[in-house]
Design a protein around this ligand. Structure first.
Ligand SMILES: O=C(O)C1=C[C@@H](OP(=O)(O)O)[C@@H](O)[C@H](O)C1
Ligand SMILES: C=C(OP(=O)(O)O)C(=O)O
Length: 479
């Protein structure tokens, strides 16, 4: 325990908000930060390891609520997951699948219940894998998970042979086995449905010497880079797969996963909050831990900050790890298609409040189907702080207020509710850095879903932004 205050409790480098919420005061953000490991890579690595023939050793796995939800679900399926090391950005894990693997089971075995917490990636990807088991497995999660529609994925799995009870939202129960040789045409408004079937199809047992492949034909597909990430993992696993762009995937059954032995890169979606903090406050933030050429689609947010007039610079030398700096402020507006990077919407919406020209975030209807309806929630919460936002079915336009043009802070301060969404909580904190007065963030602890150390890092990078020792936000003005 480092210290206790009216606003937060800091323990082992993590700031826990008190019940009153966490108050973020206007402050300039600058400095260097190492971001935590990628959530999307971590969950894929863990799932592949859980299905592999042998023990995996995965370095720099994300240590966050979503990652822990995935691990807990795999443990219920019989995996042993042991921490073998720890760094500032992640944990090293040894993953030992149960004898026969997590996909084998007897039909008469007791049904199992998995709680995926807040993790949609775990829910969808693991539901498809577990649908191969002959033992029924029930999936459930928190309120947000119970509101997310898994219908198209569940329908595809039943067409492949699974028996479904409940749905289309959690809780639902799946019982296998799946059969090879089906051709499935399905909408994948979240790329996670396609990723789930791509990870599952190779492992379906082959029936006979010349088994028919599984053919996947997604009809509507958002977030293509996440599909590329899944295919990147399958390629690393030497899985044979024939692919026609994003239209058709032909996957022979009877394949196997090998133990994973790798170290995972940092998370571009988490880094986006620091890029946005630099853009809002006009400081320079250097982010370490990211792979410049990684398959993560949110890598492209750097192009957006550049188009908004920020300076983006990669620092690469043989002697040091790569780092990227973003320097604000935002000097221009623009229109940006976020279809490939829906998770960037909350941070970009917060940063857009500080643009001198309109910023439109478009073609991202699936952002309404995340932990919250992020288009609606970000519009409402930023508007309550003084922003001028027009909501569209597939995005939003953030307009400059007169105040912005006259040099006044564009946001007034006040209260922002995260609605339990980690990215809304962190985006709210970023928005607060440039406001005229402090912003109290309700449910700030949601940040722990992907970035438990976020507020501790904010306190370090933006001195004065978090005020220990007070029980109420200052009535007016800068603290
Ligand atoms: O496949 C993945 O790892 C993810 C895909 C995206 O979700 P959706 O496909 O639900 O949009 C993204 O929002 C989520 O953070 C991770
Ligand atoms: C949408 C997200 O995650 P998930 O779908 O895994 O809950 C996210 O992290 O923003």
């Amino acid at each position: 325990m480092i210290g206790l205050s009216g606003f937060y409790v800091e323990e082992a480098g993590i700031i826990h908000p008190t019940e009153a919420g966490l108050t973020v005061s206007p402050a300039r953000a600058a400095g260097t930060v190492v971001v935590p490991s990628s959530k999307s890579h971590t969950i894929r690595a863990l799932l592949i390891a859980a299905c592999a023939d042998g023990i995996s050793h995965i370095a720099n796995c994300l240590d966050s609520a979503d990652a822990r939800s995935c691990i807990a679900a795999l443990e219920v399926l019989g995996c042993s997951v042991e921490e073998t090391g720890r760094s500032a950005t992640g944990v090293s894990l040894a993953v030992t699948p149960p004898p026969g693997g997590i996909l084998s089971s007897r039909p008469e075995a007791e049904p199992l219940s998995l709680d995926v917490g807040n993790s949609g990636t775990t829910l969808y990807l693991l539901a498809a894998l577990a649908a191969q088991r002959e033992q029924p497995v029930t999936f459930d999660g928190d309120r947000s998970i119970r509101s997310r529609d898994a219908g198209p994925l569940l329908k595809a799995l039943t067409e492949m042979g699974a028996t479904l009870t409940g749905g289309p939202r959690a809780p639902f129960t799946l019982q296998g086995p799946l059969r090879p040789g089906t051709c499935i045409s399905f909408p994948s408004p979240t790329s996670q449905f396609l990723s789930a079937l791509l990870l599952t199809a190779p492992l379906i047992p082959a029936s006979g010497p010349d088994p028919e492949p599984t053919v996947l034909e997604p009809q509507v597909l958002h977030e293509r880079p996440y599909v590329d990430m899944t295919c990147w993992w399958l390629e690393a696993q030497h899985i044979s797969l024939e692919r026609q762009e994003y239209q058709r995937f032909i996957i022979p059954p009877g394949q196997h996963y090998q133990p994973v032995r790798t170290s995972l890169p940092g998370d571009y979606s988490s880094a986006t909050f620091w890029f946005a903090a630099a853009a809002v406050t006009g400081g320079t933030i250097t982010v370490e831990g990211l792979e410049p050429e990684d398959v993560q689609g949110d890598r492209k947010v750097l192009d957006i900050f550049s188009a908004l007039g920020c300076t983006v610079q990669w620092h690469r030398s043989d002697a040091s790890t790569p780092a990227v700096s973003v320097t604000g402020p935002i000097t221009r507006g623009g229109t940006f298609d976020l279809n490939a990077m829906p998770d960037a919407l909350p941070a970009l919406a917060a940063a857009a409040c500080y643009a001198p020209e309109p910023v439109s975030l478009t073609n991202v209807p699936q952002a309404r189907e995340k932990e919250t309806d992020r288009i609606d929630v970000m519009t409402r919460e930023l508007t309550a702080l003084g922003a001028l936002i027009e909501e569209h079915p597939d995005g939003m336009t953030v307009k400059p207020r007169k105040a912005t043009c006259s040099g006044q802070p564009p946001l007034e301060g006040g209260t922002l509710h995260s609605h339990g969404d980690h990215r809304v909580a962190m985006a709210g904190a970023v928005a607060a850095l440039g406001a005229a007065a402090p912003v109290r963030i309700i449910d700030a602890e949601a940040a722990a879903v992907t970035y438990p150390a976020f507020f501790a890092e904010l306190a370090r990078l933006a001195p004065g932004s978090l005020l220990p020792g007070r029980t109420e936000p200052p009535a007016e003005g800068l603290a």
